[in-house]
Design a protein around this ligand. Structure first.
Ligand code: NAD
Length: 380
């Protein structure tokens, strides 16, 4: 069975789907691993590193895609600069695994179904204990949260820690993290380690203990309704709850040196947490890092991918932060993907077993049909 690692064709994608260590593990399991020449260039792995790990280097993109029984990617397949539609290169019945953004771009799922591709989307891995080793959303969100803390510290025209010097005492920076999921918790941990005083807010009250265990203060808001799904994700909140939470958080935003926003609701536009009026009330020189920039932004002033100043407030809307730390991002993603491949292979045979709850959840297209009810709904 041939597992192929495609070179990412998007300029902003520096991650790779398999690192050499994971190639070695798959080869030991009796699988043939093909790697497109130059795949690891931007992750600092050479073709020779992959060859040493047991991979076969393939020079021609078309050849690699056509040979694959399982094709691995990070970003969704796309129309390349040379006009080639990557999905057209796959053979019928092949399995494609990657971040396929099915909730943001259900049209791609439609095309994959038409091409008879079995597509497994890493965003759809359930957040269960059994699926933890495959949870690529978490492994990558953790990197984004860490990097957000570092970007904030570099952009703030102040120290983060309290310093007592011969020239006087410097007060610690105040950081406010909005959305305490995986990225938010890592942003809290990172900014705390750098010495800031950290507060955090989330509509899910269950995260209070996790926030406190990292040494931050949890900002409590009484909301009108249940705010989490049975799966532990946030729900979109009512207008009344939006209003009451905004009243409470406005003061915290106003008094902070740094606000890091990470709030998301799966499959929906990111909730608006910071209005323009709130930005205008912030201190000049303060910094907002909006990790939801790609999903529409948690701040009304965010310009995705840009670093802008509004009334002296530096608003940074980074895109694809995990790709800016490609070595560890790829190492973790490769582990997630390898765990998923292990579920697919039984006695050296490829089996898409829908009785397995993980396979059933990650599979978005199979045998010419959209498999995921969530995506069927989006397309109807
Ligand atoms: P996410 O990226 O979807 O959202 C980030 C955070 O934003 C969440 O904590 C959410 O509650 C919060 N949020 C949404 N709307 C908001 C609003 N209006 N105001 C403030 N905050 C808002 O979340 P995630 O980091 O992917 O994690 C989602 C859930 O999955 C969490 O409960 C997490 O603990 C859980 N999880 C479980 C496992 C596991 O059991 N294996 C693994 C990872 C995550």
């Amino acid at each position: 069975m041939k597992i192929a690692v495609a070179k990412e064709s998007e300029a902003c994608e520096r991650r790779v789907a398999l690192v050499p260590d994971t190639v070695t593990q798959l080869v030991k399991n009796g699988l043939e691993v093909l790697v497109e020449s130059g795949t690891g260039e931007r992750t600092f792995f050479t073709d020779a590193d992959y060859e040493k790990a047991g991979a076969i280097i393939v020079k021609q993109t078309k050849h690699l895609w056509a040979e694959a029984d399982i094709l691995l990617k990070v970003s969704p397949p796309r129309k390349r600069d040379d006009g080639i539609l990557e999905v057209d290169l796959l053979k019928q019945g092949a399995i494609l695994i990657g971040f396929l953004n099915p909730l943001g771009n259900p049209g791609l799922a439609q095309i994959l179904a038409e091409r008879q591709v079995t597509a497994l989307s890493m965003e759809m891995v359930p957040r269960t204990t059994r699926a933890q080793s495959m949870d690529a959303l978490s492994s990558q969100a953790s990197i984004a949260g860490y990097k957000a803390g570092l970007i904030a510290a570099a952009a703030l025209p102040k120290y983060f820690p309290m310093l007592t010097t011969a020239a006087g005492t410097i007060a610690p920076a105040k950081v406010f993290v909005m959305g305490a999921g995986v990225a938010g918790l890592q942003a809290i941990a990172t900014t705390r380690r750098l010495g800031a005083i950290v507060e955090a807010f989330d509509i899910r009250p269950s995260v209070k203990e996790e926030v406190q265990s990292l040494g931050a203060r949890f900002v409590e808001v009484q909301l009108e309704e249940e705010t989490a799904t049975a799966g532990g994700y946030a729900k979109e909140i009512s207008e009344a709850s939006k209003k009451s939470s905004q009243q409470v958080v406005t003061d915290h935003v106003k008094n902070s040196d740094v606000v890091i926003t990470t709030a998301q609701v799966p499959g929906k536009k990111a909730p608006l947490l910071i209005t323009r009026e709130m930005v205008l009330q912030m201190k000049k020189g303060s910094v907002i890092i909006d990790l939801a920039a790609e999903q529409g932004g948690n701040c009304a002033c965010t310009d995705p991918g840009k670093d802008i100043i509004v009334n002296g407030v530096n608003i940074i809307g980074p895109i694809n932060l995990p790709s800016s730390m490609p070595v560890h991002a790829s190492q973790l993603y490769a582990k997630n993907i390898t765990s998923l491949i292990r579920l697919l292979i039984k006695d050296k045979d490829l089996q898409v077993d829908f009785n397995d709850d993980i396979i059933n959840a990650v599979c978005i297209t199979h045998a010419g049909k959209i498999h995921s009810p969530l995506i069927q709904e989006l397309l109807s």
